[in-house]
Design a binder for this molecule. Structure first.
Ligand SMILES: Cc1cc2nc3c(=O)[nH]c(=O)nc-3n(C[C@H](O)[C@H](O)[C@H](O)COP(=O)(O)OP(=O)(O)OC[C@H]3O[C@@H](n4cnc5c(N)ncnc54)[C@H](O)[C@@H]3O)c2cc1C
Length: 367
């Protein structure tokens, strides 16, 4: 049996940041990351901004040597099957047991395929392996269909078009990014997509994924040698739920220090419903920076250092030569005010009490 210490489940930003932060405070306690992902930890945002488009992308979070030097044991391609809360151990799919004093669940979220016949055949874009597979498929494709006009769908469509693939983005909403940013912004995003070479088909339900592309509710076929599913993700709470931790709205409930309902177990990243001190409420975030920050808070809390999650969310989205940069709480708003500018626009989101988010869009001139 190996020595107990801090165990992080997942090698995304939350798990790596928790391990790194804890290690910086305690030099000799064993620190382990167990991850089902076989790749060296990597940055996901560049996958759909640079890597898929064939542009130079800085993906590595840390080198293999960095993990060795910092004595963080990184077990790649290892899936945790269950958490034995009483014994304070995690059990892998291969039956190995790793004891913990502190456990950080950072299992992230898994893509949800379109719930239609053939849906599971659409290619996801969640991991490095997915991005490589998609890039390879695009090399041999003349046409592509991307299902889902959220952030990833818009970025992926822009990349595929940049690779010279005739790309159609299909979504049930009338405009892209509707739920997040509203109609006025969505209409401007349609123009960004058009300028990036993407055809947008809104108010269209995909009823099947077939060999030649997709079939829409009206019976129309949209050609796609490649079909991409950008139909959302679901937090991976199975381990936590089976261990009896408190789950709400499909997420692990944590306080501002990332403590779950179980002793010595923390959670961080996309898998959480976490209390944000600045917002004064529980906040859902599925963003890179928040996952890393929550991981840091979990690592500090486990190390016995006071810490809390108290920053507003922020993320960006790249579509062709356009960039959307958002900062705010991402929740419901009552009013959106959009001001056009020479190279883009600024959208400000208000609720009854004040500004809850700000989106800045800029388009670079084509060089
Ligand atoms: C293509 C793409 C582009 C993105 N772009 C942006 C962006 O521009 N800005 C932004 O803010 N966010 C972006 N995101 C979202 C961002 O990457 C996520 O919010 C972030 O990765 C969440 O981090 P996490 O550590 O919580 O989970 P993840 O990064 O999902 O990592 C979860 C880890 O847990 C592992 N795991 C799961 N279950 C188990 C198990 N049972 N046993 C062992 N390991 C397990 C997985 O293999 C994985 O390593 C993007 C995401 C993608 C896919």
């Amino acid at each position: 049996m190996v020595a107990a210490g801090l165990v992080a489940i997942g090698s995304g930003p939350a798990g790596v940041s928790a391990a790194e932060t804890f290690r910086a405070r305690h030099r000799s306690i064993p620190v382990r990351i167990l991850s089902s992902d076989p790749a060296l930890p990597y940055a996901k945002p560049p996958l759909s901004k640079q890597f898929l488009c064939g542009r130079p992308a800085d993906l590595d979070l840390h080198s293999e040597g960095w993990f060795e030097r910092n004595r963080i044991e990184l077990l790649r391609g290892v899936t945790v099957q269950r958490i034995d809360v009483d014994a304070q151990e995690v059990v892998t799919a291969g039956g190995a047991r790793y004891p913990y004093w502190h456990l950080v669940i950072a299992s992230g979220a898994a893509p949800v395929p379109p719930a239609v016949p053939g849906g599971p055949n659409a290619q996801p874009l969640r991991s490095f392996a997915d991005a490589v597979a998609l890039k390879m498929a695009a090399r041999h494709a003349g046409t592509a269909v991307v299902i889902g006009a959220g952030l990833i769908g818009c970025e992926a469509a822009g990349c595929l078009a940049a690779l010279g693939v005739a790309t159609t983005l299909v979504a049930p909403e009338p405009v892209p990014l509707l739920r997040r940013f509203g109609v006025d912004v969505g209409e401007r995003v349609v123009k960004m997509l058009f300028d990036a070479g993407v055809r947008f088909v809104g108010s269209a339900d995909v009823t099947a994924v077939v060999e030649s592309g997709v079939v829409l509710a009206g019976g129309e076929n949209v050609d796609g040698d490649v079909v991409v599913a950008a139909t959302g993700v679901r937090p991976d709470v199975r381990l936590a739920a089976e261990a009896g931790l408190t789950i709400r709205a499909g997420r692990i409930v944590v306080d501002e220090q990332m403590r779950t309902s179980a002793r010595n177990i923390y959670a961080a990243g996309d898998v959480t419903l976490a209390y944000n001190v600045a917002a004064g409420r529980q906040v859902v975030s599925e963003h890179w920076r928040d996952a890393a920050l929550q991981g840091r808070v979990a690592g500090l809390t486990a190390a016995g250092v006071p810490a809390q999650w108290d920053t507003a969310s922020g993320f960006s989205c790249t579509i062709g030569t356009s960039r959307l940069a958002y900062r705010g709480w991402g929740g419901p708003y009552e009013r959106c005010r959009v001001v056009d500018q020479r190279d883009g626009f600024v959208a400000t989101y208000h609720d009854g009490r004040g500004i809850v988010g700000r989106l800045v869009a800029t388009t670079s001139p084509v060089s």
